[in-house]
Design a protein around this ligand. Structure first.
Ligand SMILES: NC(=O)c1ccc[n+]([C@@H]2O[C@H](COP(=O)([O-])OP(=O)(O)OC[C@H]3O[C@@H](n4cnc5c(N)ncnc54)[C@H](O)[C@@H]3O)[C@@H](O)[C@H]2O)c1
Length: 318
């Protein structure tokens, strides 16, 4: 178990939960984040308690990364990215800079300073694009349909190359939609705020039949730490990709019905914007085969309804 891991994007939604879990396991964590979408509020107590060292750095700034990463770190959990799929369609080069160039910078620092391991936050749905193979396993060809998806695929290719050429050990976790307290984007967040503004109607992007896999945040964090522990025991020159999600997928309309039900609303009119996709670059169906990560001993513990209830309770409290 690496004693001083680095978490890039550690002030973001998933990063905050991961940092807290690593500290709970007795580790001192260095967080690298440019605070473009994250906030230190969720880890401030840990910074004040000297369990976390915070570095406000952009991963596109290679010199700054060299200044912070000493070579003593055993593991980098790499979560920093521009995660906005829809926006990447209008800003493909921005998405490339953040998600590919930033990742390559980190790999270069790892190579030169001999940091052995990285766990990477990749994406299941956007990597496989409009595949017709369900459930989709890791061997299905990658066919991203958004610049964001392409950026994650490119980053994975460099990781495979750095494992092969320089002996790094890297695991890429291809996340489903991760949700839970702290999520501040995505369909559940969007529906909640629309319903709060006007509980009589709900605008749903597309035809509502898009179907996605959702995974509760604590199950995602468990997988990150489990895969990190596994990676440390592997021989040098390892690159493995793992899907991370559930075996089921939920149609957007069914999610809307569940949320309306949990919120105790009545007679909400669903208004569809039409078309099979929510937006250009939206993948219509995601259902990941998660048997590979299950063979490492991971299993999701929080069911979908329970997870949505917990998330909505956290939103109501804000
Ligand atoms: N949330 C999901 O459903 C989901 C699904 C698939 C993949 N992912 C991936 O997981 C990771 C974390 O996602 P999240 O939902 O927590 O998003 P988030 O926006 O909450 O977190 C991203 C963090 O990275 C930081 N960041 C962004 N660009 C940076 C840069 N250039 N340099 C340094 N820091 C930077 C942000 O300030 C933020 O704190 C991302 O890589 C995302 O692509 C998330």
């Amino acid at each position: 178990m690496a004693r001083s891991p680095v978490v890039t994007g550690g002030a973001g939604f998933i990063g905050t939960h991961l940092v807290r879990a690593l500290v709970a396991r007795g580790m001192e964590v260095a967080v690298i984040d440019n605070l473009s979408s994250g906030s230190i509020d969720g880890i401030k107590d840990l910074i004040d308690g000297r369990k976390v060292t915070f570095h406000e750095i952009d991963i596109r700034d290679k010199a700054a990364l060299y200044g912070v990463i000493s070579g003593k770190e055993g593991m980098i959990y790499h979560l920093a990215a521009d995660p906005r799929v829809k926006e990447s369609v209008g800003q493909p080069v921005e998405s490339f800079d953040q998600n590919v160039v930033g990742t390559l910078n980190l790999l270069e620092v790892m190579r030169e300073k001999r940091v052995p391991c990285m766990v990477f936050a990749s994406s299941g749905g956007t990597l496989y694009g409009d595949t017709d193979v369900f459930p989709t396993s890791e061997v299905v060809p990658l066919k991203p349909i958004s610049p964001y998806g392409a950026s994650k695929a490119a980053a994975e290719s460099y990781m495979s190359a750095y494992a092969g050429s320089y002996g790094l050990k890297i695991a890429s976790l291809r996340f489903a939609n991760i949700y839970g307290p702290g999520t501040n984007h995505g369909v559940m967040y969007d529906f909640f705020h629309k319903l709060r503004r006007d509980p009589s109607r709900l605008e749903i992007l597309g035809d509502g039949r898009q179907a996605k896999s959702y995974l509760y945040i604590s199950d995602c964090v468990d997988a990150c730490t489990l895969v990190g522990d596994w990676l440390e025991k592997q021989a040098g020159g390892t690159f493995e990709a793992y899907n991370l999600g559930t075996r089921t997928c939920e149609a957007v309309t069914d999610l809307a019905r569940l949320m309306v039900d949990i919120l105790g609303l009545k007679d909400v009119k669903f208004e569809y914007t039409g078309g099979s996709r929510g937006w250009t670059g939206d993948v219509v169906k995601t259902m990941l085969d998660v048997s590979k990560i299950e063979r490492l001993g991971w299993k999701p513990r929080v069911g979908f309804k329970e997870g949505v209830e917990r998330y909505l309770a956290s939103l109501k409290a804000t």
